[in-house]
Design a protein around this ligand. Structure first.
Ligand SMILES: Nc1ncnc2c1ncn2[C@@H]1O[C@H](COP(=O)(O)OP(=O)(O)O)[C@@H](O)[C@H]1O
Ligand SMILES: N[C@@H](CCC(=O)OP(=O)(O)O)C(=O)O
Length: 374
């Protein structure tokens, strides 16, 4: 997505709503505002868009419920506030989405969940299943177990990691400013809004500053970093004001709102780079002619029935090569079953996986989204 007009084609969209917006100056959740954003998400969902909300606000709401005036410094006090506040946050979203006949799901993640290969696949499958079911996932950091993160409280990064996890088309970061300005507008009211910039533009780093609201955490620094991270999966980022009327649909329609941080690669190239770059091959799957053909020609997922032999010792989430009957590499990808399990289910239809293993993770051995052709 290199132009705003491309956003009309965006199908999978992450919307991040920051603490600075969600809480009315520390006086608890801003219910009318939340009701409005939920209405916007619901309208997009009813149009067939897949929307995931990354919502902050647990610490701020917890502080309000506990009657605390200042953000505590102790990690455990922050974690306690987050645990109390998350209840209010999720209750609010659930009741608001119910009015639009939509189910929500609470998903609490830590950064570790997304760097561990196995948990990465689990999180991905769960979120994709929720989207297929028409549910709107409401994601926040799992503050009860996160330690460093809560101190920096950075849901911008979490939203970018979710964009990577699901190869989202678009990440919309809603905050209390109209976008990214040349300088912090709360310090310099004459600063101009940046409408569009490449995420590689080195000048951006000099423009962004920290949060000064006392509620938000990362300021624009983490938003810029998040946009760079999101671009690794080819995801485009727009930073815009959550107070702008009907902001989500207007951004998606291509209207020039906020700051568009243009990614430098296409999603496909990004995925290839990612698979090629950070992972070591852990094993090899030998494919029969039919499987090699559907992978090469139809871009299909690899099913166990097309595998004739397995080399190596690998686990769910590891990178493996797929070779044809002459030993030529067809593709490589992240495997859904470990080597021993794969040996049990190879040459078998997916319908037999449960009978053979006692459970089913996925019907595919490698999902096409996790597969890159050689
Ligand atoms: N160049 C900039 N443009 C806009 N805002 C900036 C910039 N530099 C720093 N900021 C600060 O970032 C704040 C938004 O970040 P933050 O408070 O963390 O919000 P959120 O809770 O939405 O993540 C703004 O209110 C502003 O003070
Ligand atoms: N998980 C914390 C995160 C706070 C946070 O990241 O805030 P921000 O990115 O400034 O919106 C919470 O819900 O309060």
């Amino acid at each position: 997505m290199q132009n705003r007009t491309d956003f009309t084609r965006a199908r999978r969209i992450i919307v991040k709503i920051g603490s600075s917006l969600l809480t009315e100056g520390g006086r608890g959740l801003d219910m009318p505002a939340i009701s409005d954003w939920v209405g916007q998400v619901a309208a997009l969902r009813h149009q067939g868009k897949e929307i995931l909300l990354v919502s902050s606000g647990s610490v701020a709401e917890g502080m309000c419920r506990l009657g605390w005036k200042a953000r505590p410094h102790s990690l455990h006090a922050l974690q306690a506030a987050a645990a109390v506040g998350q209840m209010g946050l999720i209750q609010t979203y659930e009741s608001q989405f119910q009015r639009h006949n939509l189910h929500t799901a609470q998903v609490l993640l830590t950064h570790d969940d997304l760097s561990d290969r196995q948990r990465y696949l689990n999180a991905r499958s769960t979120l994709l299943t929720l989207l297929e079911l028409g549910v709107v996932p409401v994601i926040n950091e799992n503050d009860t177990v996160a330690n460093e993160e809560i101190r920096f409280g950075d849901n911008d990064t979490l939203a970018a990691l979710v964009a990577n996890l699901l190869e989202a088309d678009l990440l919309i970061i809603l905050t209390d400013q109209k976008g990214l300005y040349e300088r912090d507008p709360t310090l310099d009211p004459t600063a101009q809004l940046v409408h569009q910039a490449s995420i590689n533009d080195a000048r951006l780093g000099e423009m962004v500053g920290e949060s000064r609201s006392g509620l938000g955490r990362g300021g624009m620094i983490t938003k810029l970093r998040a946009a760079r991270l999101a671009s690794r999966s080819g995801t485009a980022t727009v930073v815009a004001s959550g107070r702008e009327a009907n902001v989500m649909a207007r951004v998606i329609s291509g209207e020039e709102l906020g700051t568009f941080l243009v990614p430098d690669v296409s999603p496909m190239l990004a995925r290839k780079r990612w698979l090629a770059g950070q992972l070591k091959l852990k094993g090899k799957l030998h494919l029969d002619d039919g499987a090699a053909r559907v992978l090469r020609e139809d871009g299909k997922s690899l099913l166990p029935i097309g595998v004739t032999a397995v080399d190596g010792d690998f686990h769910r989430g590891d990178l493996v090569a797929c070779v044809d009957m002459s030993g030529n590499e067809v593709a490589r990808g992240l495997v859904n079953y470990g080597a021993d399990e794969t040996r049990l289910i190879m040459r078998q239809p997916s319908s037999r996986i449960e009978q053979l293993l006692g459970y089913v993770d996925e019907p595919e051995l490698i999902h096409r989204d996790n597969l890159v052709l050689a």
